[in-house]
Write a new protein. Structure first.
Ligand SMILES: Cc1ncc(C[n+]2csc(CCOP(=O)(O)OP(=O)(O)O)c2C)c(N)n1
Length: 685
């Protein structure tokens, strides 16, 4: 493809002019609060953006990607409105203006960006894997030449996200281009501290299944040739590529940075590499007449000034809108409250009919079988659904939840992943953004920790894109004690996601609820953590008849385990069984509520029960301090204080990790005897 140098010149000039207005006017006037300048980075990004013409291309961008955004037709006014935090900007004033997102407008999608350096990589490879899935499993020929691009600075190649994405891309030979702009510094830290010798391309030369290219991002011909070659390689299906272009950063890292850590000589050397000057020398007059160059310069400046004026005239966000779009607000598929992109809902996917009344089979099954059967039914009825994680393929998962599913649905739909939880969750986010339903397994609760960044970013994604995007993924996580405990496999810490923003959290205590809640999660439109308690997976008390392929349960509806008059016990997960036993042992006529989900949690049922019994004991396995019991107690104190005849009490694991020795474990967990004693004491109070 011939390079449209006049267009490149316009993008470079427009980006320059926008940076200049922001630095010289809008920042000093405090109309914008952060300024991230792309000066020095514009040339390569302009060339790259003009090559991303496929309607299913997906781009993971970062805060210095504004020239790339302009090349992708983001629009000058849109670009100006972001830093001005306008209501109609791409985040509605909720995110830093250069943390970009752009639903497809017939061309590339720009995946919702993140402030965390390196967080763009694993969602980008998820998008690339979704391209392959759409092409090879769903047989959609329109994905034949689509690619994903992950754009970052050289310091981002030191992040775990980069390495996780590189492993996924190269092991699976995915159509993804890593486009690295090396300006020599991560804020003030030189690149030799990010990768040995400071050259990531040189260091990756021997990496298998990766085409590595490298060159000068300020040299028009070289940058154009390398960028075109890198994009063509990936489009041709030759697997992933990495292109490193060296560029100068001709400004501070952000508006606040004075660059005092650079010597005057270095600053002069950088100025001498200005790609705008290089472009002018290269193009004028050979490709663009002098008069045309001047006209482009003038037009770009005028258009930027007009765009800034129009963006300034846009209204700021309304304070009352703050809490909108944390979760999906649409009650049915379709309608303007749906996100524009992400998950199956925007494309009008219809699921088979559901039933809220169980149709029990005669035999009881354990929770593990219930989970497996539910995955099986959803895989069979929803071709967009994929199941993956460590060992979930031929082995069937370390707990056995996916046993036989790969055999039935193939390696494209049920598969093993590399050992990177960040990769599992970040990839799931990219797949969801590309319209799939990823169901990921994390082997044990503690091992979700390496995915913390992606989990956080996924939860906030709808809110921070002001409902443009959503990534409704399901993450299944076994945890809790089983025979013994230990600090790694046995913690619950479910409260972490309730405290995080935008997650729905299920903590089922029996096989029937597991079926209904897992189905609701896989057909829902918000990201969901599905917590599988290890003691419940084959626990006798959790066995129930299979409730049918259509059975579904709403989130936020507690189960009345036992009605009572003297005291309310609020609990969930493996503590449900212990509370039931304790009530029988205590002789107290206690009401037991199993919350079933913690986000949302059933305040209504909890308040009604406590107002009736006037006493309350909350029992959970998670540590006491800032466990979810504290939230319930605070709510009851505020909303049912005058109904209480005794202080609200909590029984929970003390503030220690889960211990391994069964003796220590029993000392740590709320025991049946301990719960019974508490019931008797509170009932007498
Ligand atoms: C995970 C994380 N750590 C630290 C930061 C703070 N930070 C923002 S940008 C940056 C430097 C990144 O440099 P590079 O990736 O080379 O991109 P450049 O800014 O040079 O374009 C740092 C340390 C962050 N945003 N995210």
């Amino acid at each position: 493809m011939q390079t449209d140098w006049a267009r490149v010149a316009w993008i470079v000039q427009a980006s320059r002019a926008l940076d200049a207005i922001e630095e010289s006017q809008l920042l000093p006037e405090r109309k914008i609060l952060y300024q991230f300048c792309a000066r020095g980075h514009e040339l390569g990004q302009s060339l790259l953006g003009l090559l991303l013409t496929d309607s299913h291309d997906g781009v993971g961008a970062y805060y210095r990607s504004r020239p790339l955004m302009l090349a992708l037709d983001f629009g000058l006014e849109e670009a100006a409105a972001g830093p001005l935090a306008r209501a109609t900007s791409s985040s509605g004033g909720r995110d830093i203006g250069v943390v970009f997102n752009m639903p497809s407008r017939g061309g590339a999608t720009v995946l919702p960006g993140c402030g965390g350096v390196g967080a763009q990589y694993t969602p980008a490879v998820g998008w690339a894997q979704a391209i392959r899935y759409r092409r090879e499993v769903l047989h959609d020929p329109t994905y034949a030449r689509s690619i994903a691009v992950a754009h970052g600075g050289e310091a981002s190649t030191a992040t775990s996200g980069f390495w996780s994405a590189l492993t996924i891309a190269t092991t699976l030979r995915l159509p993804v281009l890593f486009y690295i702009e090396d300006n020599g510094y991560g804020i003030s830290v030189p690149s030799a501290l990010q990768t040995p010798g400071g050259d990531i391309a040189a260091n990756l030369q021997s990496f298998a299944n990766l085409s590595v290219l490298s060159g000068d991002g300020t040299h028009p011909h070289e940058a154009a040739e390398l960028t075109a070659r890198a994009v063509a390689t990936v489009r041709a299906g030759e697997g992933p590529a990495l292109l490193r272009l060296t560029v100068p950063r001709l400004s501070g890292h952000s508006g606040q940075d004075t660059q005092a850590y650079k010597s005057p000589e270095l600053l002069a050397r950088e100025r001498a590499r200005d790609p705008l000057e290089a472009l002018r020398r290269f193009a004028v007059p050979a490709l663009i007449a002098e008069a045309d160059w001047l006209r482009i310069e003038r037009t770009a400046r005028n258009e930027v000034e007009a765009a800034v004026a129009a963006a300034l005239a846009r209204p700021p966000p309304e304070a009352a809108s703050l809490q909108r779009h944390v979760f999906c607000e649409a009650t049915a598929v379709g309608g303007r409250l749906l996100q524009e992109q992400g998950g199956v809902a925007p494309e009008g996917h219809e699921f088979p009919a559901t039933a809220t009344t169980p149709r029990p089979e005669p035999a009881r099954i354990n929770m593990l079988t219930a989970i497996r059967r539910t995955l099986d039914v959803e895989l069979a009825t929803n071709p967009r659904l994929l199941v993956f994680g460590e060992d979930v393929g031929p082995k069937g998962g370390v707990h056995g939840a996916t046993l036989g599913l790969q055999e039935r649905y193939g390696c494209g739909r049920v598969f093993d992943t590399s050992l990177s939880e960040e990769g599992i969750v970040g990839r799931a986010v990219g797949m969801a953004l590309a319209g799939l339903v990823p169901v990921a397994e994390i082997q044990f609760r503690k091992y979700a920790d390496p995915a913390a960044e992606q989990l956080n970013d996924c939860g906030t994604l709808r809110w921070r894109t002001n409902n443009r995007f959503a990534a409704p993924i399901v993450v299944r996580i076994p945890g809790g004690f089983f025979k013994c405990g230990d600090p790694w496999h046995s913690q619950t810490n479910e409260v972490a996601w309730v405290h995080g923003i935008g997650w729905r959290v299920a903590v089922p205590a029996n096989a029937q609820d597991a079926v209904g809640l897992l189905r609701a999660a896989m057909r829902g439109n918000d990201p969901t953590i599905f917590f599988e308690h290890r003691a419940m997976l084959d626990g006798a008390s959790a066995r129930r008849p299979y409730p049918g392929d259509a059975f579904i349960l709403a989130f936020g509806e507690a189960r009345l385990v036992r009605a009572g008059t003297q005291l309310s016990v609020i609990t969930w997960g493996a503590m449900v069984e212990r509370c039931e036993l304790a009530v029988s042992e205590s002789g107290v006529d206690a009401e037991v509520l199993d919350l079933r989900t913690l986000s949302p949690w059933d305040r209504r049922a909890t308040l009604a029960s406590v107002k009736k019994t006037r006493r309350c004991l909350i029992v959970h396995e998670d540590n006491l301090t800032a466990g979810f019991g504290a939230e319930i107690a605070a709510t009851l104190v505020q909303e049912a204080f005058f109904h209480l005849d005794a202080p609200i009490e909590r029984l929970a694991m003390p503030d220690t990790p889960s211990p391994h020795s069964p003796i220590l474990l029993e000392a740590a967990l709320p025991s049946v005897r301990g719960i019974a004693a508490a019931l008797q004491r509170i009932a007498r109070a």
